[in-house]
Design a protein around this ligand. Structure first.
Ligand code: ADP
Ligand code: GN1
Ligand code: MG
Length: 374
């Protein structure tokens, strides 16, 4: 990943249609993929913020297609939000065009940039601070699923091929172990064994899909808590952000990725593994909110596979962190040595914990469903 220079930022900012005088530019947020900046503009006595992002070209090799998806999805959501009397300036992302009316700017180094209206008075959380926030995020992600249920899926590009093809990711992992580019494999034998012992988990959804048992839906595919904005005043989750991976996918994965991140009693990169566990209270709360948000659109099979979604997504994410560690930290941004290994370990601890609580997780889903029906 090449570093963004001051001159580069100046060039990019000069090409967008902004109003007012620029008073501050700073890196922003805790995403692992794109480079996000917060810009501050002054107009008279008023201060306005803007989000500016450099797309990660290594992760998203076809940025133009990606931006087409973002444009389609946000303009579709805008219509749905207006129909129900909502405020599209706060309830979906809004692209700010470049001076020549484009949705993105390609700079002189060939990097792609886009800009969004800043959603003020709302927060993205890296960990659940209040259970109610997690519940609200569940309703919002479920609702996102419902709002996109009629979206013409065939118009979407696949921004990352096989993004949640866990079986294919398992094969990539094995290759990374074999190549052992950084000479790190010997020091992570325990983690490697953990993955190899769970090929059945990696294959689970792919096998069912091959039998035609799972519907393909338009899904978000990166439903972590910090990809949702919660209104500081009302406490409601108002906007689903980070739309780069909206693609056809499985609804259990959207459910599961939220559990992986938000029902963890510790941070994704916690080094004290004794703090890491999957909270059954948060699991239940999220399941309630998500099913409510989906509004009865899921099949019985999809609902019954929600615990499996949590297990598969957590396993897959841990395996991806470990793969990246073995390959030399080329995919996820790291902020300290062995960061990806620390992240991998929390995920595997969570998987183990879910396996211990497997029966409880199934029972919770059954209870939530019967409460919904009753
Ligand atoms: P990444 O793919 O790197 O995770 P995101 O699109 O999720 O990038 O953005 C990173 C962070 O920037 C978010 O977690 C959020 O805090 C902030 N952010 C992104 N878009 C907006 C927006 N429109 N308004 C306010 N904050 C935003
Ligand atoms: C990345 O972009 P961000 O930080 O929201 C990743 C997800 C992982 C997540 C792990 C495009 O999400 O798939 O689950 O990190 N996004 C991409 O925290 O790979
Ligand atoms: Mg994000």
């Amino acid at each position: 990943m090449t570093k963004v220079t001051k001159e580069q930022l100046e060039e990019v900012i000069g090409h967008f249609k902004y109003e007012g005088e620029l008073t501050d530019t700073r890196p922003y947020g805790s995403g692992h993929i794109n480079d996000t900046y917060l810009l501050t503009f002054k107009e008279g006595a008023e201060e306005n913020h803007i989000i500016l992002q450099k797309l990660n070209k290594e992760v998203f090799p076809r940025p133009v297609e990606l931006m087409e998806n973002v444009m389609h999805v946000t303009s579709y959501l805008r219509e749905r939000i207006l129909e129900k009397g909502g405020d599209p300036l706060r309830e979906t992302l809004n692209l700010i065009p470049t001076a020549d009316g484009k949705a993105y700017y390609k700079d002189s180094r060939g990097e792609y940039w886009r800009s969004y209206i800043f959603i003020a008075g709302a927060t993205c959380y890296d960990q659940v601070e209040k259970p109610e926030d997690f519940y609200q995020s569940a309703v919002a992600f479920g609702n996102f699923q419902r709002l996109l249920s009629e979206f013409p899926a065939e118009t979407l590009h696949e921004t990352i091929e096989g993004f949640h093809d866990t079986k294919a990711r398992f094969a990539v992992f094995k290759q990374a172990v074999k190549e052992d580019r950084m000479g790190r494999a010997a020091s992570v034998q325990k983690e490697i064994e953990f993955v190899l012992a769970r090929e059945d988990v990696a294959d689970y959804f792919g096998d069912l899909q091959a039998k035609g048992e799972l519907p393909l839906r338009v899904t978000h595919n990166d439903t972590k808590l910090n990809n949702i904005m919660i209104d500081d005043e009302t406490g409601k989750a108002i906007c689903v952000i980070d739309l780069d991976t909206v693609m056809p996918g499985l609804v259990m994965n959207d459910f599961g990725d939220s559990i992986r991140f938000g029902a963890n009693t510790a941070a994704e990169d916690e080094t004290d593994l004794s703090l890491v566990s999957c909270s059954m209270e948060l699991f239940e709360l999220y399941a309630k909110g998500f099913l409510e948000g989906c509004g009865g659109r899921l099949t019985e099979k999809e609902v019954s596979l929600m615990p499996m979604g949590a297990r598969v997504m957590t396993f897959e994410c841990g395996m991806r962190f470990l793969t990246d560690y073995l390959q030399g930290d080329v995919y996820f941004k790291i902020h300290r040595e062995h960061h990806n290994l620390d992240r991998c370990r929390t995920q595997f601890k969570l998987v183990e914990d879910m396996e211990k609580k497997w029966y409880t997780m199934q029972e919770i889903i059954k209870n939530v469903v019967s409460q919904e029906e009753g």
